[in-house]
Design a protein around this ligand. Sequence first.
Ligand code: BGP
Length: 471
Amino acid sequence: MNQSTLSQFPRSFLWGASTSAYQVEGAWNEDGKGPSVIDMSQVPEGVTDFKVASDHYHHYKEDVALMAELGLKAYRFSVAWTRIFPKGDGEINHKGVAFYNNLINELIQYGIEPILTIYHFDLPYSLQQRGGWSNRETADAFAFYCETLFKLYGDRVKYWLTINEQNMMILHGDLIGTKKVDELNPVKDLYQQNHHMLLAQAKAMILCHEILPDAKIGPAPNISAIYPASPKPEDVLAANSFSAIRNWLYLDMAVYGRYNATAISYLRAQDALPEILPGDMAIMARAKPDFIAFNYYNTHVIAESPVDFNLAGKTGDQQVTIGEAGVYKGCDNPYLVKNEFGWEIDPVGFRTTMREIYERYALPLIVTENGLGAFDKVEEDGSVYDGYRIDFLQQHIDQIQAAITDGVDVFGYCPWSAIDLVSTHQGCSKRYGFIHVDREEFDVKSLKRSKKASFYWYQSLIKNNTSEVSD
Ligand code: BGP
């Protein structure tokens, strides 16, 4: 659908950027921080762990000053649960509390809106030892942690995100380092964990509104439009199933407080229905998000899947779908190119995704991740000419403007990532940042910060609140 005139970005549009605690902070065991499941997980061979990351913990002032120079209106970051509660619950760690107080104050001083993710993959290891998300009590520990954050930081933080990419923790938790399931009944246990996380999220939203009536809170899943591989009805049906399992299961619960029917049918077929205790659904129904935050990297193409679909030796990740026998099968999209890590690039699919979410839930949207992972090259004078990243972001921003013109209420864009950090499973040579960090996979070098070409480009875009748009 071509648009003759494009709507402008609202003046209040939150041009931002994102990070997460475990991928950027480092200082993994400093100042009383307890270990998380990520700290205790085995990283794939050949890539760095998260112990030092970009050492933002010690560089946060310099980093925030750079973000201010970039012109950011918002910064989306996460709190490491184990800096606040080293064991997940119990005794509070005052040095951890102070770190986020300082970070938030620093942001506010520069007029940057803090957007705080409560939980981004790094479950306290101590809670994991007590059963992790399989144990209902983890939902209570989460609620207590949330209540603590609301009371500590709610005077300055207006935007809260509950759980980053719960759907990816469920579908790709083995790769991300978050998954531990019962060996006898793994799928049932996984979706029991999912139920407890949904319950935890509902409790967080209710508490937020009780404690901070002016604050806004929302979920932050990874959402992608799903294309059928062909008009063959079986392909369309499989694509519809995958949408339900990957996308709508999570958002239907967050917004409507009910399980998606197709997802439930899928779980029933696998004998994986979660145990739902009396009162759970009333809590889910009472919890209401104020907006939907979502991460978008690309779309997926889905075909029908034979019952004997052989998955041996095939692994997908957040953006590469392999499939499930008899349910859905991921395919390449012949109309799209891939990035250096095999992720397809689909700016138009971004517009479709925004429309689909808005049509379904009619809540304001904020994009909390979108970006291009690449092997950046540092020139002799230290410059990084990441024109490919500028192209990627420009094309996606164009599609936000097109979606706004379509009538979708998008109020912010926080690309991944503000600064170079460590990828979930592909190390720190897979870079995303506007700010380069001088380190290599196994040599942390000087950790010096420098501005990439994309930094100057985004700075000018934010300043002008506009971008050149093509249909
Ligand atoms: C999302 C995660 C982020 C981030 C991003 C890029 O799924 O929320 O934590 O890492 O993907 O993925 P990767 O690091 O695997 O390149």
